[in-house]
Design a protein around this ligand. Structure first.
Ligand SMILES: Nc1ncnc2c1ncn2[C@@H]1O[C@H](COP(=O)(O)OP(=O)(O)OP(=O)(O)O)[C@@H](O)[C@H]1O
Ligand SMILES: [Mg+2]
Length: 364
């Protein structure tokens, strides 16, 4: 296995720029999720690494080799696609062993590797079957087995779970994470699903319109989003964003004034804050009219089984909060909510995060 580096990778398709000077350093044995909405350039970035697309500018480094001009077969990477594309006329064993066969690996070594990989992925009882006799999840595991059978320098996966139903996606998500962990494989995993990125990755690269927004461990992307876009894209339900003004008294938001600690207050005053962000789990119910409480109107109440999501409206603004299971309130009734300014982050008019949430109550 090897680390992977994108150095100033740019990709233009005629007049359209799909990637703007992308710099990414992925250490050896790291699981990186490339996360972003449809069309932001995830697949393009992966195809450039695989050698299926030529960058307009920049370099791709795998280990200590500049592979920018190398053919796909000389790059020593294995790619798993969304459609797992097994050969229907071959047995599972032959499907898995195919990359070894085309590299002229002898039959005995091949059989040994196939058995090892199949056991690791718990598909060894299926080796004599054909793809049509397998479930979707089993086929996906065969596709993974075929990718890992020859110990590539890096694994590239482009939304490998998107063809599976919701339940299977959840279980495969854990399986792939375990597998990559055990193999110590450098993995670049493309997804538009923020939950997959947060749960599976060591590092998350959030992209938007061909530009990297943030590269950080999942907890940082969630707790300390670099900007409003990342804040809204990561987390479900998304972070609430409200107009905010700062004065000597505190933060003015949705008709209330919320106190804030000295150091962060000064930073907010100094940085032309226009909005604040607060996560649904950081908002609590409060008596309307109590100090610092925001008074609003119940927009909708959604029981989720384990908890209740409550939407509260303040004029033209709205927040979602997580309440306990069993919570009820009539649509249109008055509800008070409150939050600690220590749990909020603050954006300027460009959407950049100027003040992060406080860490463990410290100024942050
Ligand atoms: N061969 C091409 N010619 C022209 N434009 C292209 C080409 N390939 C991709 N694009 C454009 O580049 C942008 C990025 O495409 P890409 O496939 O990398 O997006 P993505 O992030 O993988 O999206 P999705 O989540 O929908 O798969 C899109 O606007 C796409 O239309
Ligand atoms: Mg794509």
């Amino acid at each position: 296995m090897s680390g992977v580096r994108y150095e100033g990778i740019e990709k233009r398709f005629e007049a359209f720029t799909a990637l703007h000077a992308l710099n990414l350093d992925i250490p050896d044995r790291t699981f990186l999720a490339l996360l972003g909405p449809s069309g932001c350039g995830k697949t393009t970035a992966l195809r450039i690494l695989a050698g299926l697309e030529t960058p307009t500018a920049g370099k791709v480094i795998i280990g200590d080799r500049d592979v920018t001009r190398l053919q796909p077969r000389d790059r020593d990477v294995a790619m798993v696609f969304q459609s797992y594309a097994l050969y229907p006329h071959m047995t599972i064993a032959d499907n898995i062993g195919y990359p070894l066969r085309i590299r002229n690996v002898d039959a005995a070594t091949r059989a040994k590797k196939i058995a090892e990989v199949a056991q690791a992925l718990e598909i060894d009882p299926l080796l004599d079957r054909h793809p049509r006799q397998l479930s979707g999840g089993q086929r996906q595991r065969v596709a993974l087995a075929r990718a890992i059978v020859r110990d590539p320098a890096a694994f590239l996966m482009d939304e490998p779970l998107s063809n599976l139903d919701a339940r299977l996606r959840l279980s495969m998500r854990g399986e792939i994470k375990r597998l990559c962990h055990r193999l110590g494989a450098t993995t670049i995993y493309v997804t538009h699903d923020q939950a997959e990125a947060l749960t599976m990755a060591d590092l998350v690269a959030v992209m938007r319109q061909g530009e990297l927004q943030q590269l950080a461990p999942p907890a940082d992307v969630y707790e300390r989003p670099a900007n409003r876009f990342v804040a809204l894209f990561v987390g479900n339900p998304p972070m609430n964003v409200l107009r905010a003004e700062v004065s000597e008294q505190g933060i003015h938001v949705a008709g209330a004034t919320v106190p804030i600690d000295g150091a962060r207050h000064q930073r907010c005053l100094a940085s032309a804050i226009t909005e604040l962000g607060i996560r649904p789990e950081d908002i609590r119910l409060a008596a309307p009219g109590s100090p610092g409480a925001l008074s609003g109107e119940v927009y909708v109440v959604e029981p989720m089984g384990n908890e209740t999501l409550v939407d509260v409206r303040f004029g033209d603004e709205r927040v979602t909060l997580r309440a306990a299971k069993g919570f009820t309130a009539a649509i249109g009734s008055t509800l008070g909510v409150a939050f600690d300014a220590a749990d909020a982050c603050f954006f300027d008019s460009s959407g950049s995060t100027k003040v992060h949430r406080a860490r463990n109550g410290e100024a942050g």
